[in-house]
Design a protein. Structure first.
Length: 388
């Protein structure tokens, strides 16, 4: 245990200045069992360590990576039992999916150690409640996304702009935009965000795209390969499918053509699309009323940064703007291919993104690029990046 405390202390001490993520204020930290899902490279470890630093009570909180050799001879139950006997009450477990029977042991801890609060992180490919019924009704699950445009701007400028609900943005967009533009020029940061602002790599001024490629390969080989039991020999097909999507997204998929190009079956392509979506690498947009089991109406990359990986000659701007809109709203709201405009949000509100709509609809909101302040049903596109 002493070595685990030493690692915890070293990691917290060496933390670099970090922007407070909005999720930190959304989580019910009084819950006894909390799961935080997020794609690889998105900052889950840093998130946990900053929570540990905020607690600031020596020996009361412990961060542990489940990759630690400690678990070669000890169980999660052993750790939790010893930790509580030493006076601890907040246990932070990173990368639980690499530990066999992790969900059963967490349920045991929940039932037998009522004084403990356990927070764990895992891959978005994990279906926590569906695949681990012993946790259903006991765990509160949250999703850590990449940086929103709001969080990126706050970090770059030192401001503290607040997030807004979609209704607030639609109804009060002029007032919100006026408040923001009285302090900064949001469009001065928008292109940089689309290019490299979603992942936290920019915080360390690393080569963002080198790190992104490393991360994507780890997602394909470890998280999808391991959790979905995709054989290693199939990785080139999965990687090629992602490349084809990144090169053309957003687009209407021809599943038979994709199957031919990567030399596999239509059913396998459909499975791969679901895996890539669960891994937060792509978005699948369905027609209104269609279930997720059907062929999607359009395939998008999950965020604008990913679009630059396979488009060395540049990215088509309207495709970029649509991807930004989908990304900033997609994990909070349900987006479908609407009968009017580009998207229908939550089955009721229609949006046209970027270029002016070809037809004029009374009830379609136009999210327009390159404007600071909107008017009526025309809202600045950048403002939808203040949703979270």
């Amino acid at each position: 245990m002493q070595s685990l405390y030493k690692i915890h202390d070293d990691l917290v001490r060496d933390l670099k200045p970090w922007i407070r993520r909005g999720l930190m204020d959304d989580i019910d930290w009084t819950a006894r069992l909390i799961g935080i899902k997020g794609s690889r490279g998105i900052g889950k470890t840093t998130f946990l360590l900053n929570y540990a630093k905020a607690i600031g009570q020596s020996k009361r909180c412990l961060y542990v990576d489940l990759n630690n050799f400690y678990f070669s001879t000890h169980s999660i139950i052993d750790l939790a039992d010893d930790f509580r006997k030493l006076g601890g009450n907040t246990l932070l477990l990173d990368q639980v999916y690499k530990y066999p029977d992790w969900s059963k042991e967490l349920r045991y801890c929940y039932d037998n150690f009522p004084e403990l609060h356990i927070v764990f992180t895992g891959s978005p490919v994990m279906r926590l409640k569906e695949e681990n019924p012993e946790l259903h009704g006991y765990v509160k699950v949250y999703s850590l996304e990449g940086f929103s445009f709001r969080e990126y701007v706050n970090h770059i400028t030192g401001e503290n702009f607040q997030k807004h609900t979609l209704d607030e943005i639609v109804v009060n967009h002029r007032e919100i935009a006026q408040e923001v533009t009285s302090k900064i020029r949001p469009l001065a940061y928008f292109d940089d965000y689309l290019h490299h602002g979603f992942y936290p790599y920019f915080l360390d001024e690393e080569n963002v795209f080198v790190e992104m490629i490393k991360t994507i390969n780890l997602v394909l080989e470890i998280e999808i390969g391991y959790l979905k039991q995709v054989e290693y020999k199939c990785m080139p097909k999965l990687r090629k499918l992602l490349y084809l999507i990144a090169h053309d997204a957003p687009f209407q998929p021809n599943v038979s053509k994709l199957a031919t190009e990567i030399e596999t079956s239509r059913a396998t392509v459909m499975n791969y699309l679901v895996y890539l979506k669960q891994a937060r690498l792509i978005h699948l947009l369905y027609q209104e009323g269609d279930s997720e089991g059907k062929k999607p109406a359009h395939i998008f990359m999950q965020n604008p940064n990913l679009m630059y990986l396979c488009n060395y000659g540049g990215v088509e701007t309207n495709a970029l703007y649509k991807t930004f809109f989908f990304n900033q709203l997609g994990y909070i709201h349900t987006l479908t291919r609407g009968k009017k405009g580009d998207f229908c949000v939550d089955g009721s509100t229609f949006f046209c993104i970027g270029n002016a709509p070809k037809r004029s609809y009374q009830d379609v909101i136009h999210a327009k690029e390159m404007i600071e302040i909107g008017e009526g049903s025309t809202i600045p596109l950048w403002l939808f990046g203040f949703r979270y």
